[in-house]
Structure formats: structure tokens, C-alpha cells
Ligand binder design. Structure first.
Ligand code: ATP
Ligand code: MG
Length: 417
């Protein structure tokens, strides 16, 4: 079946599903394949649960007229998404970058939704499946789309850009994340800049934080919209406060690095003519979730929980912010940073050396990579060993920064703090 026909079916009900546990009535089920599953096998189940059509790519599963056979289900989903995007005559803003994509996307959405009906990426659905699903969640009501695009290797952002065809782009930053797939920081810059390349070729616009010389270099030849000049940082103790057009904005976001994320949302909001009052209100009301920089008061301590993810850049950003934080006793609990490939040893050592200079009251390191570093700080191979230590030697009256990669699940030590 070609994309136009598939689109005709899609437009009748406007729903696409990929998980048979969450089938919505009259949706089109796309039988995707994963490393450990073959969605084709669930096609009839999807129809039984209320899907109107099931799209498969293995002929043996084409059991009735409501099963649609295509060459490749993933490709069909991506082509449908791109076709749909072209029928929607709306501006779409795409974001990528090493850190802060989801936070910035949510802030932009909060600001723009004051004036427009927006559709934005849900959670972190930012890959070759999540991006098409985001586009397919837009409909004739949508006035502006906001799409997060993630990547851990070259050509991924170029590929996603071709599906999304964004009119506007924003790259949060180029950092040392996913070095394994990108090979080096130069690789990261090249890979993320594929969004700029698309925007340059399609004559779109990008939002630019002109603090970064590399960003300035990479956006040459593109129509840029620079960050609002009247935005000024006040402090982050722990919540970021800033001034925009002489008006104070008190955010509920922790960490000085969020200043850039908020500034992007203000700039984009202003560009789309959201009023200053609405921008202020939207930013002040936005509360982050999912272990992305939350403040938690336990019986004994105050905790800055940033256990959602970590890479060298976000780790350093979190440490810099914590160095500025005013408290008599500061503890840091750092977990391993993953996906660094050959850079792992040296990047963990750099963080440990940085920490030593900063003179925190108490430092606890956990994970095989930190365990291998040369340092006098306390190190633990596993979370279990750290928990045992905290049971014997509880921390009291301290402000504790907890940060590590998702796989370390550092939030599990919360009951021991
Ligand atoms: P992912 O790659 O998982 O999609 P992301 O780019 O969407 O991540 P967020 O989920 O917004 O990023 O934030 C993850 C963490 O990155 C935050 O908890 C924070 O520690 C750090 N971070 C957020 N914004 C920045 C920034 N502008 N600069 C450096 N680090 C940041
Ligand atoms: Mg994200």
C-alpha cells in the first residue's frame, strides 16, 4: 500500500498505536520489530483489542482485509509521518543537543501553549519511532509543533530532520554525551549540527544562544534569531532566578544550567508574540519531574536529586551549580557515566579531579568506572555497597547532590539519605 492510501486511512481516525497493551479504539496498529520481539505476531491481537487496521511486513500475518501489508513497517510509519507533516501547514520547531532537550522542549511548550494550540513530544520519545509518533499525534487543531530529536550517532539527526522538516531549529548545546557512538566531541558537534544543515538548506530559522562561539560558527549562513538581550541571570540557589525586560522570574528549576533552557523558551515565546506576562507565568508554573533536578527534604537532609541521567557535560554543569549553592555542609554522591566508550576512563578521572578541587564536605562515588579512578574519595563498586555504608554511617544535616547515569538508578539510595 502506498503512503497516500495509508494516509487516507489514518486521517479517518487519526490514531496510531504501536503497543498492543495500549490500543485505542479504531487506531492503526503498526507492527514494529524490536531486538526481542516481532510486532507482526501481535497484529491479530491488536485488531481484537479494537484497532481498525494493522500494518505488517510479513505475508503470513496478512490474515484479513484489515491487515495491511507493506515492505517495512518502520519505514511505512516514518513515511506516513512525513506525509502527514506536509499536509499540516504549520510551523514546527525541532530541538536537539547533548543536554537539556526535554526540559527546554517542555518550557517552550509551556510558553507557547499560552497563545497557541501546541503539540509537543511526549516525555522523551525522541528517536526514529518517537519522532514519527510525535508528528502523527498532531492534527488539524495543532497550530505549532515542538519536536525533540535525540541521537547517539552520525546521520541520525539528518534522518529525523527529513521526516520532521522543521521550519525552526534549536540546539541546546554540544557536550560530551554519547561519545561512544559519536567518536569524539567533534563528532558530537558534526552530528548535532545536521539540524543546522537541514535548516540552512531549507531556508528556515534557528534560535541561537550567542554565548557559544562554536554555535555561532555552525550557524553561519542561516537566518538566526538571537536570545533576547534583556534576559539576565540573577542566581540559582537552588532555583534559577532571572530578569526578563526588568521583570523578575522565579523558576522552579534547579541548577544554573537551566538558565540557558529558560532563556531559549523566553526567546521563542517572544518571537511568537507571547506576552511578557504570559511567559513569566508559564515559566514560574513549570515544575520538572522524573528525577530531573528535584529537591527532596528527608528527615535528615536536603536532597538535590538529579539521577535521571549523566554525562561529562551535565555532570560538570551540576557540580558548577552546586559549588555556587549556599549550604554549610555539602555532600555529593556521583554514579558512573555510561556510553563514553574509549573516553570513559579519562572522563571519570577528570570529574574526580574537578571534584577534589571544589572541596565539598563529603564525596561518595559509585560504579565500576568511578571505582577505577585514582582518588582519595570514598568509592563503592556497587549501589549495594554504598547503601550498606550509608546504613552504618548515615549522613545528617547536609545538602546532598545525587547524580549519575540512568543505568545506575541512584534514586534508590533516597531511603538511605
Ligand atoms: P536525553 O538525552 O535523555 O533526552 P535531554 O537532553 O532531554 O536528555 P533533559 O532530560 O532535559 O535532557 O535533562 C537531563 C539532565 O541534563 C538534567 O537533569 C541536567 O542534569 C542536565 N542538563 C539540563 N539542561 C542542561 C544544560 N543546558 N546544560 C548542561 N546540562 C544540562
Ligand atoms: Mg530528552
Amino acid at each position: 500500500m502506498d503512503v497516500k492510501e495509508l494516509y487516507r486511512l489514518f486521517i479517518q481516525h487519526g490514531l496510531v498505536d504501536t503497543d498492543t497493551r495500549k490500543i485505542r479504539n479504531n487506531s492503526i496498529f503498526f507492527a514494529l520489530k524490536g531486538d526481542n520481539f516481532n510486532g507482526n505476531k501481535f497484529a491479530s491481537d491488536a485488531l481484537a483489542k479494537g484497532a481498525k487496521y494493522a500494518v505488517v511486513d510479513e505475508i503470513e500475518y496478512k490474515t484479513n482485509d484489515n491487515v495491511i501489508l507493506v515492505d517495512n513497517v518502520l519505514k511505512a510509519l516514518q513515511n506516513l509521518a512525513n506525509y502527514h507533516r506536509n499536509q499540516l501547514n504549520i510551523p514546527i520547531i525541532s530541538l536537539t543537543g547533548s543536554n537539556g532537550k526535554t526540559t527546554t522542549k517542555e518550557l517552550i511548550n509551556a510558553v507557547l501553549s499560552c497563545r497557541f494550540r501546541t503539540t509537543a513530544t511526549k516525555g522523551n520519545l525522541n528517536n526514529h519511532i518517537g519522532v514519527p509518533l510525535t508528528l502523527l499525534s498532531m492534527n488539524s487543531d495543532t497550530e505549532i509543533g515542538i519536536v525533540e530529536m535525540g541521537a547517539n550517532h552520525q546521520k541520525e539527526i539528518a534522518f529525523l530532520s527529513k521526516i520532521v522538516e522543521p521550519n525552526y531549529g534549536y540546539i541546546t548545546n554540544f557536550g560530551s554525551a554519547h561519545l561512544e557512538g559519536f567518536g569524539s566531541i567533534e563528532g558530537v558537534i558534526k552530528g548535532k549540527s545536521e539540524l543546522y544543515d537541514f535548516i540552512r538548506d531549507s531556508k528556515g530559522k534557528v534560535f541561537l544562544n550567542s554565548d557559544d562561539p562554536i554555535q555561532i560558527e555552525k550557524t553561519k549562513g542561516i537566518d538566526v534569531i538571537r536570545f533576547e538581550e534583556s534576559i539576565k541571570f540573577i542566581d540559582a540557589n537552588p532555583f534559577v532566578n532571572l530578569i526578563f525586560n526588568d521583570e523578575k522570574i522565579h523558576s522552579k528549576l534547579i541548577g544554573s544550567y537551566n538558565y540557558a533552557n529558560i532563556s531559549a523558551a523566553i526567546t521563542i515565546g517572544s518571537y511568537f508574540k507571547v506576552s511578557e506576562k504570559e511567559i513569566k507565568k508559564a515559566i514560574e508554573n513549570y515544575i520538572p519531574s522524573n528525577n530531573r533536578s528535584e529537591i527532596i527534604e528527608t528527615e535528615n537532609n536536603k536532597i538535590i536529586l538529579d539521577a535521571y541521567n549523566a554525562n561529562p557535560t551535565s555532570m560538570k554543569a551540576a557540580l558548577d551549580s552546586f559549588i555556587l549553592y549556599k549550604s554549610n555542609h555539602k555532600t555529593i554522591v556521583l554514579g558512573d557515566m555510561f556510553e563514553l566508550g574509549d573516553y570513559s576512563g579519562v572522563e571519570h578521572q577528570k570529574i574526580v579531579d574537578y571534584v577534589s578541587k571544589a572541596k565539598f564536605s563529603n564525596v561518595l562515588l559509585v560504579g565500576n568506572n568511578f571505582f577505577e579512578t585514582k582518588t582519595n574519595h570514598l568509592k563503592f563498586k556497587t549501589l549495594e555497597e554504598l547503601k550498606e555504608y550509608l546504613t552504618k554511617k548515615p549522613i545528617k544535616d547536609s545538602t546532598i547532590l545525587i547524580k549519575g547515569s540512568r543505568g545506575i538508578t541512584l534514586e534508590k539510595i533516597l531511603p538511605f539519605c
